[in-house]
Ligand binder design. Structure first.
Ligand code: ADP
Length: 406
């Protein structure tokens, strides 16, 4: 059984074709700059073929057509007919309060994802475009599944997800904390339980997804009790270009002083803040590390802010969990940058947390394992995330359940 995993952005489309017999990726790629003149597709197959080709893709339908052509291509293709794709699993960013797990897509599900467009305009619009384009290109009868970024966080209680503003805004507009990166937090938390050889229902865990976008989740017995992102992925930690949590008055103050519209202010908070805003150099952690190593004070400050915020968030979540058995680091920065892990864990040494420096330095570029010492009171792991695999597994499970019930 082959599952096609799709992550549609507003001008990009990432895909992976996963062979579920051994969960291997047989082809993957990205369509970029969809809707622009210079659109192109890059792809890789298990046969070792790796290419980037310029191809006109005016919209998502044309992008999916390009993906289908590559999957079926005589030279670089990996399947011989569309029938070899059993089902399609989509990453959907915001499921709102309605979806607490992955679902088979039907007209009602599409309507619900559309309903939440005002809360996630760019993401949910792109996700809908992806789902509709798949129908066109792979046929209406091809089962499609939605895997929501927010679903894993649906176990939070109102005390964690309600913002202390007039309650009517929650009632009118569904304004609340939803949390994001749920598929990643779910994947690494279940993998962490496997590595600990313990039942997840008995573990108190904190998972740190640190990439261009970053979020931390507090998970008690496999259920999220709190997470750092909020209504949108702008909340929480300092990120590549996103501010994370700031005093809300800063927003109104700057808008007033600089005469900015909500859209302009939104762009500043989402695209010009975070590492980029503070360092004035780059949004990329590696650039910041290089500059900091050469004594750049702004770069050092950006890193200090990240580590300090992480220490406070993890400390706060340990209090909320009333204990902690394990901490997991994942995503681009979490799984590749030992210095952040080391410094954050050092500042938690009062809890009896001890890091093995050698193991920590080894755990980079896709390696998975424990980085705490044997006598550490909290186990610390580096676990590269694999959201695509979880989307493929959910898709497979749902279509098998459907077969059983029909
Ligand atoms: P996204 O949130 O877009 O999925 P990633 O999880 O890929 O992003 O994370 C991107 C961040 O991870 C960048 O800041 C980058 O510098 C950092 N990163 C990626 N690979 C490495 C690496 N090998 N060493 C250090 N940092 C890395």
């Amino acid at each position: 059984m082959n599952i096609l995993v799709i992550n549609s952005g507003s001008s990009s489309l990432k895909y992976q074709l996963v062979d579920m017999s051994d969960e291997s990726v047989i082809s993957k790629g990205t369509c970029e700059r969809i809707g622009f003149e210079d659109s192109f597709i890059s792809y890789k197959t298990f046969k070792g073929i790796k290419k980037t080709i310029k191809i006109s893709m005016e919209n998502h339908i044309e992008a999916f057509k390009a993906v289908k052509d590559i999957l079926l291509n005589r030279e670089c293709g990996v399947i011989s007919s569309v029938e070899d794709v059993t089902a399609i699993g989509h990453r959907v960013v915001l499921g709102g309060p309605k979806f607490n797990k992955s679902v088979l897509i039907n007209e009602d599900v599409i309507k619900s994802i559309e309903e939440f467009i005002p809360l996630a305009p760019l993401h949910n619009t792109a996700n809908i475009q992806g789902i509709l384009a798949c129908k066109d290109i792979f046929g209406k009868s091809k089962p499609q599944v939605a895997v929501f970024d927010t679903a894993f966080h649906s176990t939070m209680l109102p005390k964690a997800y309600i913002f202390p503003i007039p309650y009517e805004y929650y009632e009118k507009y569904n304004i609340r904390k939803y949390g994001f990166h749920g598929t990643s937090h779910r994947y690494v938390s279940s993998r962490c339980a496997e590595l600990m050889n313990k039942d997840i229902s008995k573990i108190k865990m904190i998972t740190c997804h640190l990439g261009n976008g970053s979020s931390i989740a507090a998970i008690d017995g496999g259920k999220v009790i709190d997470t750092s992102m909020g209504l949108t992925p702008l909340d929480g930690l300092i990120m590549g270009t996103r501010s994370g949590s700031i005093d809300p008055s800063v927003v109104t103050f700057i808008m007033d002083k600089e005469n900015l519209s909500p859209r302009e202010m939104d762009k500043i908070l989402n695209k010009k803040s975070g590492f980029l805003g503070v360092s004035k150099i780059s949004s990329d952690d590696r650039d910041i590390s290089n500059a900091a190593a050469h004594g750049n004070v702004q770069a050092m400050l950006a890193h200090d802010i990240l580590r300090y915020q992480m220490t406070k968030l993890i400390g706060g979540y340990i209090a909320a969990l009333n204990g902690c058995d394990s901490i997991v680091f994942t995503a681009g920065i979490g799984a590749n940058e030992p210095s952040h892990r080391y410094k954050v864990c050092k500042s938690l040494s009062y809890l009896g947390l001890k890091i093995d420096e050698e193991l920590n330095n080894q755990m980079i570029r896709g390696k998975e394992g424990k980085i705490s010492t044997k006598d550490s009171k909290i186990d610390v792991f580096v676990i590269p995330t694999n959201e695509e695999l979880l989307i493929a597994r959910d898709t497979k499970n749902l279509i098998e359940q459907k077969k059983c019930s029909s």
